[in-house]
Design a protein. Sequence first.
Length: 361
Amino acid sequence: MPHEVRAVVALKRGAPVEVQTIVVPDPGPGEALVSVQACGVCHTDLHYREGAINDDFPFLLGHEAAGTVDAVGADVVDLSPGDYVILAWRAPCGACRSCLRGRPWYCFDSRNARRPMTLTDGTPLSPALGIGAFAERTLVAAGQAVKVDPAARPEAAGLIGCGVMAGYGAAVHTGRVGRGDTVAVIGCGGVGNAAIAGASLAGARRVIAVDIDDAKLDGATRFGATHTVNSRGTDPVEAVRELTGGFGVDVAIDAVGIPATYRQAFYMRDHAGVLVQVGVPDPEAVIDLPLIDLFSRGGALKSSWYGDCLPTRDFPILVDQYLTRRLDLGGFVSETISLDQVEEAFTRMHRGEVLRSVVVL
């Protein structure tokens, strides 16, 4: 039978979010009903509220979550009620041209639940990134619920579902940071600090954090930054070159996603170095670079989608690193809040006052 639960809904573009009662159906074939224990407040949720993703209002927000499985559809064999899971917004289909070529992290037909969650009047909701986890319960495709060690605290584990995985994967999977490499990360928010942590765990000998906020730079050292550069009054390209013997870094990661930081990352690379863009850009943003520089500097320019991750492989690895104190997931949690405080959390996030606010249910 359907379940009535409290949830955070964005009813129209730019309006404050509201906590409303929604209706969540029982799982159908290939689906799982999940009781949400914690969900991080991510910039993507704010983008949905502002209509910057699409206009499919009303949205059920929240997507960076951990919880327990309540029920599964009749044909689901790899999940059971009581399983502790992190929700992933990519669930490879196994049948598209990318999956069939052995690249499921680029799946072009990622799975989501088919049955709609609705307002009490029957209006269908659009779940953020196919999840909608600012809710006491949510309905997802079974492949989106990834089993992990239940010893991991949900307010920390849930962050793996988006921001931590995106940043960590940008360094480890997309940038392929290796032992002895030098790395620069521009932007020391949640995703940038996860990239710093990933580079450090991968064995980089020098990890340079770049930001315009000294407090954020101080925090970046907690995650593995060996050096910091405040780019507000310093040319970050020159500063990074000075820290790397005049050469530049092997991997430069842009966790901001604006033309200025992309250009900085491009020029702070060593010859044949890799640029990884993981910060999501404004759709109207453009970049202009001399073609001769693209040719003569060599290397690779890459975009990182969800850290090029495979959730069933990577989520348990990151949880194990957290439980063995190699990955400080708890350091990303600035505060824990209730569903009723999400709108205020958006304001603090927009001001850069927090790494992550986490809703705990």
